[in-house]
Ligand binder design. Structure first.
Ligand code: TNX
Length: 557
């Protein structure tokens, strides 16, 4: 279907680009057009991924120099009163100002190695340099920012530190790729002149990592977080339990990790996060303005738990640990009262580790749980999430037991039956908000084509183009636009066990899902996107990202 619609979509996209998009405009003085750049001058302001909402190129570029300073305002010194004056309470006061300072330090850390410049961070006012400014200006929302570049200064303003953080990712991409190098490079370090105003289309822009099928140590998760942040992803969904491994310490049920976490697909040693490890991940993510959404998958995908505690099994017998890749064979014992003690304890301890608002309770592929049992289970477990102050998220099967406030994550694909889609759409019309992650579009573990050495193909091959070329707002018939909370790119790890392998599947598809989550629909255009995507490669080379050189992308060199 996608194939047949493509020519029409492309036509629409180019008409849109030609008519209603002054945002993606030619620069006044260089004539540089979107995605073309020049060999020596600064790259054009719209060469960023995700595509910015609005760009106006104007005037001369800003050039970093050994004397450049990074100025923070809006929380310290003269800026403080102005921020307070907008009546935004605590967030506009000290928290926000230290948040802005932190972003300024992050920017300096990013720029220092390659430029070799000192780039001191200061609250001293001045007209030159790079300014990071918290301002009360309306319209940017909690994550938006404005970047105003002149020959004299680069001014980045936002309402919240998160906006500044997203803004420095843009700034980073506007500088030459060499800025990612960890040793001094010659420059020049220029940013094109003009104004870029940007804010996300969706509030929930997520990537999921399955740390159960293969365990990934804290440092691998941090590495992935860094890669997500570059593309303005703001949510990390961690799939913490499955048949093959339980990965998060739960004090009241210690064998979940000591036994249930002791292996993985293929029989390796597995592993798990202590609570300190987990807090470290959550903090690292928060410093990069990502919220962690922990998932405990129930009632199926629970063999690791069932193997750890005989008392959780209907027959009182613990099954052996599982290291294969089948799904849907395990189930918690729905009629057993002990099951709900377990769920209560796990959710309570996990909620206590979770500063973010969401807790994911799974619910997919419960093939060995009857429909009645599934609904009965979800009816009892969803309120437990609320009891511990969190909003439940479930895979879309949870719409069989709808509950006010629960978020459903759609993971169907082109072959998903009409009835199943209709159930999700009906829930959405009744107020259930959706995270859209179609398996044949946004699943990063689907092979690119038949020759891809890693990944799976149960939802078909998902090329870079196919993963980019869809619209979350219209993907599911009968779903009102306001019901879509955002998008996610899940990365299941049955076949993946190293960071290099994760990256091979995530790049170059992940930036496309990030763009679907952030950029206005009107900027969507595969032909210009693939050129912008190609320009990311020198950056990935310097960052050590192991990406797949998709033949659909016009890579340089
Ligand atoms: C389906 S999608 C699953 C996972 C597998 C994945 C592999 C979903 C909610 N469940 O259990 O790991 O396919 O692609």
């Amino acid at each position: 279907m996608g194939r047949r619609l493509r020519p029409l979509l492309l036509l629409c996209a180019s008409l849109l680009a030609a008519t209603s998009l002054p945002a993606v405009s030619a620069t006044a003085d260089t004539g540089v057009r979107s995605g073309q750049g020049t060999a020596h001058g600064p790259r054009s302001l719209d060469e960023v991924i995700p595509a910015p909402a609005s760009v106006r190129a104007k005037g001369k570029p800003y050039t970093l120099s050994p004397r450049t300073v990074i100025r923070v305002s809006g929380g310290h010194g003269p800026g403080r009163d102005r921020v307070r004056g907008h009546g935004r309470g605590k967030k506009g006061g000290h928290d926000a100002s230290s948040g802005a300072r932190q972003v300024a330090e992050q920017l300096a850390d990013l720029l220092r190695p390659a430029t070799g410049y000192r780039l001191p961070v200061t609250t001293r006012p001045g007209r030159d340099g790079i300014h990071l400014r918290l301002s009360g200006e309306r319209g940017l929302g909690p994550e938006g920012y404005r970047l105003h570049v002149t020959e004299r200064a680069t001014v980045l303003s936002a309402r919240e530190p998160a906006g500044l953080f997203h803004g420095i990712q843009t700034l980073r991409q506007l500088l030459p790729a060499a800025v990612e190098a960890d040793s001094t490079r010659p420059g020049p370090w220029q940013i094109a002149g003009g104004t870029l105003t940007d804010k996300p289309r969706y509030a929930y822009r997520s990537a999921m990592l399955d740390v159960s099928r293969h365990f990934f140590p804290v440092d691998s998760v941090k590495r992935y977080i860094d890669q997500l942040a570059l593309y303005k992803i703001n949510t990390l969904h961690l799939h913490l339990s499955d048949d093959q491994g339980w990965r998060i310490a739960i004090d009241s049920w210690p064998r979940l990790t000591t036994h249930g976490g002791s292996t993985q697909v293929g029989g390796g040693p597995g592993g798990y996060y202590t609570k300190a490890d987990y807090r470290d991940i959550v903090r690292y993510a928060a410093d990069r303005h990502l919220t962690v959404v922990p998932e405990i998958d129930m009632p199926s995908h629970t063999n690791a738990a069932l193997a750890s505690y005989a008392e959780l099994n209907c027959d009182g017998k613990a099954p052996p640990l599982y290291t294969g890749t089948d799904v849907g064979f395990s189930s918690l014992c729905v009629p057993l009262e002990r099951t709900y003690d377990f769920a209560d304890d796990v959710i309570r301890e996990l909620a206590a580790l979770t500063p973010g608002p969401y807790l994911h309770i799974g619910g997919d592929e419960a093939h060995s749980t009857s429909e009645e049992d599934f609904a009965a289970f979800m009816k009892r477990v969803q309120p437990l999430v609320a009891k511990y102050g969190k909003t439940a998220v479930g895979w879309h099967q949870i719409t069989a037991a709808p509950r006010r406030g629960t978020i459903a994550q759609y993971w169907g694909y082109d072959e998903t039956g009409a009835e199943e889609r209709a159930q999700v759409a009906a829930a959405a019309r009744n107020g259930t908000r959706l995270v859209i992650s179609p398996a044949d579009r946004s699943y990063l573990d689907m092979k690119y084509d038949k020759d891809t050495p890693l990944g799976l193909s149960w939802a078909g091959y998902v090329s870079t183009e196919r993963s980019y070329d869809w619209d979350p707002a219209t993907y599911l018939d009968g779903v009102p636009e306001r019901a879509v909370l955002g998008v996610e790119a899940p990365l299941w790890t049955e076949t993946l066990s190293t960071s290099a392998q994760l990256e091979y599947m995530a790049f170059p598809k992940l930036p496309g899902i990030a763009e679907l989550g952030w950029s206005p629909a009107a900027t969507h255009d595969w032909d210009t996107y693939r050129v912008r995507l190609a320009r990311q490669a020198p950056r990935w080379d310097l960052m050590g990202v192991n990406y797949y050189r998709s033949p659909q992308v016009p890579w340089d060199g």
